[in-house]
Every structure is written in C-alpha cells, then in structure tokens.
Ligand binder design. Structure first.
Ligand SMILES: C[S@@+](CC[C@H](N)C(=O)[O-])C[C@H]1O[C@@H](n2cnc3c(N)ncnc32)[C@H](O)[C@@H]1O
Length: 267
C-alpha cells in the first residue's frame, strides 16, 4: 500500500478520521510542542508577517503560528477537505487564520506574497518534493523564511529486543505511511538545490514509554496494513495490538523516532 498521505484525496473517511486523531495526538506531545516552538522561534518574523503552511492537515502548526509574536496572518493549505474541516473546527474563530484547499505543487498565491513558508512533516510524504520547494520559493518574498521539520523515519523503532514482533508493526507503518524514509538526511541538499540559503540541520528526539499515543498508533496502523494486504491474519493483528497495550501496561513500552528541523532563506 503506498503512503496514504501521498494520495490523501482517495483515502476513505474512516482512515482520515484515524489519521486526523493521530495528527492531533502528536501535536499534543510536550516534546513535539517544544520542538515546534524551538524551530519556529528561529524565524525572525517581520511585523504583521504573512505566513503559509503547506500541508497543514488539521492545523496544529497554523494554530501555533497564529499565537506567535509578529505573525499577522496564517494561511494553511492542504488537499484534504476532510482535514481542513477539522482544522477550521479546532482553530479559534479569527480572521488571522484561514484554510484553503490546494496542492503544494501548484499554489494559487501570487509570487513574492509571503514572509514565511512552513513545511511541517510534509516532505517525507510527497513524491517529487522538489516541486513543493519550488512553489515555496516562488511565493516567498526576497529574504523570506522557510521552516522545514520532519521525522527521520529510518530511526523509527518499537524494538526492545531482537527479534521483537512489534518492530514488524513499526516497519509496516513506515512502509505504508511514508514516501521517503530518508528525506531528512537529504533535506539540506534538497533545500539548497532549490535556491535557498540553508542553516544547519537541528535534531530532536521523540520517545514514548508511559502512556504512548503516537507510537502506539504505529502498532495499530502497521498491524492493520499487514492484515489488509494478507501478510498476517486479523487474529494476529489483534494480538500485536494487545501486546502493545500489555507492554505499556507493565511499563515496558519504548517508542522512538528522531526528528530534524531546518531553517532557510530565499536570497
Ligand atoms: C503528516 S501530515 C502533516 C500535517 C500537519 N502539517 C501536521 O504536522 O500536523 C501531511 C499532510 O500533507 C498533506 N499533503 C499531501 N500531499 C500534499 C500536497 N501535494 N500539497 C499539500 N499538502 C499535501 C496531507 O494531506 C497531510 O495533511
């Protein structure tokens, strides 16, 4: 099964609801909030900055951006009307946040019309990320800021021993929900080749032990994907999910992935 995010307009509503919940669960993790505040804090927004988030999903990053000093207007773009409806529901009613359906590879905005563009966990999910970066560069003003952040999916792990059956779920999750697991490692070169001045990459960790939310969802999504394509039975998928819960219950759960952020500017 290809990355669901890469073909989001063809995903059934039930799966969209699962993913929308996961996006909000992830955004509520304190270490993720610190990471987001930290890298967005590196951007020197000019007064009344006009900011675009491409691939905004349910809007957690847009909501954070709207609360930041100097940010005047935030526009979130996503191909999924389902996610945008959720984003509108969760955002404060304010003329400062607006959501619009669209494709990051063909934005409808005028050239040089934004002070900052944010790509938060988008580039790992799109085939042909160069097109997204070209559009981000086009809509940025000269001197405008690009903020990129993504998971380094090749580091995703649930393994506490070798072999560990829960790692199979983690691997199936990455295979079915990510387009390029190595994107973070190519990000600096890619952004530089797209015509930006790039600052050094910064690294963060996400670890869940007690009350895992995001990384428990890797088990569910990975096990379901394996059952759906017939690799394992529905009974085994249910057993793997139960094992994840039992492991968390006895305090033995470990879910981890590294993230990285990058700040760049349009010359
Ligand atoms: C992993 S989600 C991230 C959502 C949000 N940025 C967040 O961090 O919660 C990736 C998002 O990219 C969107 N997406 C996929 N292809 C896209 C494209 N070509 N242009 C814009 N967004 C796209 C998906 O619909 C999805 O909402």
């Amino acid at each position: 099964m290809p990355d669901v995010f890469a073909n989001i307009t063809n995903v059934p509503p039930a799966m969209l609801d699962v993913v929308a919940n996961v996006l909000e669960t992830r955004a509520a993790i304190p270490s993720q909030q610190q990471m987001i505040a930290s890298y967005l804090g590196e951007i020197e927004f000019p007064k009344n900055a006009r900011v675009l988030e491409v691939g905004c999903g349910t809007g957690p990053i847009c909501r954070t951006l709207a609360s930041m000093p100097n940010v005047g207007e935030v526009i979130g773009v996503d191909p999924s009307e389902h996610f945008l409806a959720k984003a509108r529901e969760l955002s404060p009613k304010s003329a400062r946040i607006m959501y619009q359906q669209g494709d990051g590879k063909a934005l409808t905005f005028e050239s040089a019309s934004f002070d900052a563009v944010i790509l938060h966990t988008l580039l790992t999910h799109v085939p042909g990320p160069e097109a997204i970066l070209a559009e981000a560069r086009r809509v940025l003003k000269a001197g405008g800021w690009l903020g990129v952040c993504d998971g380094d999916f090749d580091t995703a792990t649930l393994r506490i021993a070798n072999p560990d059956p829960l790692q199979a779920c983690c691997d199936a999750f990455v295979d079915n929900f990510v387009t390029d697991r190595y994107m973070v490692r190519k990000m600096s070169a890619l952004v530089h080749a797209s015509g930006f001045e790039v600052q050094p990459l910064r690294s963060y960790g996400l670890v869940e032990t007690l009350s895992p939310g995001l990384t428990m969802s890797w088990i569910d999504r990975g096990a379901d994907a394996m059952a759906q394509c017939g690799t394992i039975s529905a009974t085994l998928a249910a057993a793997l999910k139960a094992e994840g819960r039992a492991r968390a219950e006895r305090g033995g759960f470990f879910g981890y992935m590294a993230y990285a952020s990058l700040i760049a500017r349009k010359p």
